[in-house]
Design a protein around this ligand. Structure first.
Ligand code: PEP
Ligand code: MN
Length: 338
């Protein structure tokens, strides 16, 4: 159930409603927007008499939410979520975030060169995998924590934020000092134990859509994290597996407006994994920004063809610089800033 409070509701009135909701046996999640406070009651609400809540002082209206995702759904925060980082960078609202870096952190020179380029392009986030989920157990698996330390150092030098993939619960604690945004990869979108644990983490989460996941399943995975109290989630469309073979995955641009309609969470697009082809990355990145994406995640490397992983979809640094310039024009055209 969702209880929308009146604009002028007092704290006492809000607390009184929370108390009544808890007495009725639901967990209460509170969000205070610019205009009003919204209280989401999660739990067995089917037999609760909503009219009891409608007449409480300060209540504007009460809705029974039939959607399976109560906290990730748009009704919980109608004005949208803006994920704010400690350095003031925001994802959501009018901003279009650019997150770029190699598929995998390979060595010091590689990540420092890339960090300088990411900064020069005006992007805010340096990405790079230290724990890599590879289809083959014989492929490069990433440098682990030492790699993450390198990326953190490079990011610090340029005032960038870091985003990197966490593959299992045991990695979370050791990654915390080096990451600003935990990426949950496509293969782990339904690793519910990992999601629950990230719900307790003190860092935002970039949640990628699974290879064959519906958007409802993606939002249910976001719900797992939010149910634990971590509301700082950024969704990521990264292509899905279809019968089409000319691209690695099929980039679902329509997922962007659909997710914005269903949910208040920011949506980022990853055209690198979405297409698997370097020549297809810029057109899909531009389409995503035009479709309202709150950010772009792209793989870049000074020696893209020789990248240790995902070489075919990795942009050269000059291609990335050119792309950001083009994205800036498109962002402006759709009323956003980049
Ligand atoms: C990645 O970002 O390098 C990655 C492995 O992404 P995905 O989980 O979308 O395949
Ligand atoms: Mn990759």
């Amino acid at each position: 159930m969702i209880v929308s409070m009146q604009e002028r509701a007092t704290e006492e009135q809000i607390y009184a409603v929370i108390e009544r909701m808890e007495e009725a046996g639901v967990d209460v999640h509170r969000t205070t927007g610019t205009v009003q406070t919204i209280l989401a009651g999660v739990g067995p609400t089917a037999n609760i008499d909503l009219s009891v809540f409608e007449v409480l002082p300060g209540v504007l209206n009460v809705l029974r939410i039939s959607s399976p995702y109560k906290l990730a759904g748009r009704a919980f925060r109608p004005e949208g979520t803006v994920v704010e980082f400690p350095n003031g960078v925001k994802v959501g609202a009018e901003y279009v975030a650019v997150m770029a870096g190699p598929c995998a952190i390979e060595n010091r020179e590689q990540i420092f060169t890339i960090a300088a380029c990411v900064k020069a392009a005006g992007a805010g986030f340096l990405r790079g995998g230290a724990f890599k989920p590879r289809s083959s157990p014989y492929a490069f698996q990433g440098l682990g924590i030492p790699g993450l330390q390198l990326m953190h150092e490079a990011a610090q030098e340029h005032g960038l934020l870091t985003v990197t993939e966490v593959m299992e619960i045991a990695q979370i604690e050791s990654m915390l000092p080096y990451t600003d945004l935990f990426q949950v990869g496509a293969r782990n979108m339904q690793n519910f134990n990992l999601l629950r644990e990230l719900g307790l983490a003190r860092k935002p989460v970039l949640l990628k859509r699974g290879i064959s996941a519906t958007l409802e399943e993606l939002l249910l995975s976001a719900e797992y994290i939010m149910a634990g109290g971590n509301y700082d989630i950024i969704l990521c469309e990264r292509g899905i597996r279809t019968y089409e073979t000319s691209t690695r995955n099929t980039m679902d641009i329509s997922a962007i407006p659909v997710l914005h309609k269903l949910s208040h969470l920011p949506v980022v697009a990853d055209p690198s994994h979405g297409t698997g082809r370097r020549d297809m990355v810029p057109p899909m990145a531009k389409a995503a920004v035009a479709a309202g994406a709150d950010g772009i995640l792209v793989e870049i490397h000074p020696n893209a063809d020789k990248a240790a992983s995902d070489a075919a979809q990795t942009l050269y640094l000059d291609q990335f610089e050119k792309l950001v310039g083009e994205l800036r024009v498109i962002a402006k055209a759709v009323g956003r800033t980049l």
